[in-house]
Ligand binder design. Structure first.
Ligand code: NAD
Ligand code: LMR
Length: 333
């Protein structure tokens, strides 16, 4: 029997990530090759014509799984009945703008969209915030949508997770699919901590070996590797003059797919989720943890050892998030 279509909201759909993301969703990358979808695309009035152009292209692409497209600048119409919300829309930092100015614009957007989602989305809607500052936008969304369960609100750090896999893959000359269990802890910012202490590689013999043992260069793993992953977003902007889009769209699909369909046995991924105090991360932040997903729910992987070097890095990125949270609230007051 044909499955009912899932309604997927993409905000900021006329932007760069939106343009890369909507065809992936329509092609089945998000929810698998048998799941029909209806796309809800939201942008702001100045982008309405461009958004309509994206809708025209979706029609022209004749995607078999795409059962409908809603393209709108009305947040209520966009949010109505959605099962999954991917929040990409936001205000970019412009020349001369202070961090606080960007924060102020974005937290106001996320406060308003929280209410629309709370009132109009389908019950049990899963929310992924991509727009920066991703962790803090997600936190504001959570705070102003109190009836959406906190376990349904997340932010994207899968791009950072994938970047870490990519760096290890290049260094060891092994395919990314053979590497697992890297971790991104904390904020989607340059204080994030890419951690390989529990990561392994599957060798052609079938044996699993630790990444640390195979790389055999702690100075690189504790230095250049970490800073390369932390700074990768900035490096892409320098190279492309625009921020990462195809890799961000692909990571957003990975995040939702694993959340809905489950993570493979023995493998975890990184997701920005509401901290319950695990690993002594202050409760009440949206913080990236290693998680496994089953039956549409994530759970934080427990019991991993955290050495002194890592502890400092986990705390540093938590401190930044605590400061961002205070700044966000000061912008809203
Ligand atoms: P973009 O500027 O190309 O697109 C953003 C879109 O959002 C624009 O079309 C804009 O009109 C729209 N928009 C602005 N305000 C809106 C609102 N109130 N409601 C709906 N739409 C609105 O930017 P992009 O390159 O697509 O990036 C989008 C966001 O994602 C940025 O904040 C960027 O920093 C962030 N990002 C996050 C990650 C991550 O890993 N978390 C990675 C890359 C980019
Ligand atoms: C990225 O990680 O590529 C982006 O978050 C960078 C940015 O500042 O938009």
């Amino acid at each position: 029997m044909a499955q009912n279509p899932v309604r997927v909201l993409v905000t900021g759909a006329a932007g760069q990530i939106g343009y890369a993301l909507v065809p992936m969703i329509a092609r089945g990358v998000l929810l698998g090759p048998n799941q029909p979808v209806i796309l809800h695309m939201l942008d702001i009035p100045p982008a309405a014509e461009s958004l309509n152009g994206v809708k025209m292209e979706l029609v022209d692409a004749a995607f078999p799984l795409l059962k409908g497209v809603v393209a709108t600048t009305d947040v209520v119409e966009a949010c109505t009945g959605v099962n999954i919300a991917i929040m990409v829309g936001g205000f970019p930092r412009k020349e001369g703008m202070e961090r606080k100015d960007v924060m102020s614009k974005n937290v106001s957007i996320y406060k308003a969209q929280a209410s629309a989602l709370e009132k109009h989305a389908a019950a049990n809607c899963k929310v992924l915030v991509v727009a920066n500052p991703a962790n803090t936008n997600a936190l504001i969304l959570k705070e102003f949508a109190p009836s959406i369960p906190e376990k349904n609100i997340s932010c994207l750090t899968r791009l950072d997770h994938n970047r870490a896999l990519g760096q290890i893959s290049e260094r060891l000359n092994v395919h990314v699919s053979e590497i697992k269990n890297v971790i991104i802890w904390g904020n989607h910012s340059s204080t994030q901590y890419p951690d390989v202490n529990h990561a392994t590689v599957k060798l052609p013999s079938g044996e699993e070996k630790s990444v640390r043992e195979l790389v055999a260069d702690d100075a690189w793993l504790n230095g250049e590797f970490i800073s390369t992953v932390q700074q990768r977003g900035a490096a892409i902007i320098k190279a492309r003059k625009f921020s990462s889009a195809l890799s961000a769209a692909s990571a957003a699909c990975d995040h939702i797919r694993d959340w809905v369909l489950g993570t493979p046995e023995g493998t975890w991924v990184s997701m920005g989720v509401y901290s319950d105090g695990s690993y002594n991360v202050p409760a009440g932040l949206i913080y990236s943890f290693p998680v496994t997903c089953q039956n549409g729910e994530w759970s934080i992987v427990q019991g991993l050892s955290v050495d002194e070097f890592s502890r400092k890095k986990l705390d540093l990125t938590a401190e930044e998030l605590t400061e961002e949270k205070a700044l966000a609230y000061s912008c809203l007051s």
